[in-house]
Ligand binder design. Sequence first.
Ligand code: UDP
Length: 240
Amino acid sequence: MDKKQLLFDGNEKRVFATDDPDKVIIRYKDVTLAYNSIKRARFDGKGVLTNKISAILLGYLNENGIKTHFLETVGDREQLCRKIDIIPVEVIWRKRIAGSLAARLGVEDGFLPGNTMVDLRYNNDELEDPFINRHHAVALGLANYDELEKMITSARIAGTLLENLLHRAGIELVDMKLEFGRATDNGELIISDEISPDTCRMWDEETGERLDKDRFRLDLSDVVASYQTVLDRLENLNLK
Ligand code: UDP
């Protein structure tokens, strides 16, 4: 499918139209942002890795009954996806409490509670993505109760599926951010953003080493090498 005009030029991705009005090509850039875009850097080759990791994880969800926008990989850093209208709500699945939430709740980074959690954040840079509940999301007209229920259920199932898959690769899925959209062809609610070390916390099960964006956030170096480790281990599972 041919790439047509640029529809959206984001910080970390570009979205192009295709011959089909209901399909887009998403191009993953090498730029990385953190702390609400205050911290920014470029890592050569990062976009290739996040594209490939995302393709594996989104493809795995598709094959296991959780629909996503991903259709197929069309280049080293590009994938063909269903076009969607994005819902500006981040749905965060958490097995452990890490990062800013650990500080907010006064627990150690990586605290393991007895329950798995799902949080909602309003995807709004100006407001710094505040935590919201379902009532706030409905009040703001972001989604209806039924959609929010489906998003939360989907996040729970996706979390369990990917936690088990990554475990086979010796990686612990600590938390994960999902976004959802309504497909432009039939209105279906589907997962609509990448799933990669840029949007999840992934720890080496043996060493506890961080293999995700925290390497950049916390200036731990080896960002690209860590993402490469995640990809290599997933590819070694020979899923297809
Ligand atoms: N996350 C993300 N984009 C965001 C916010 C969070 O990809 O705008 C990811 C983040 O990388 C982590 C998970 O969601 O894997 C949970 O992040 P949290 O809400 O705890 O925020 P943080 O600790 O990054 O401030």
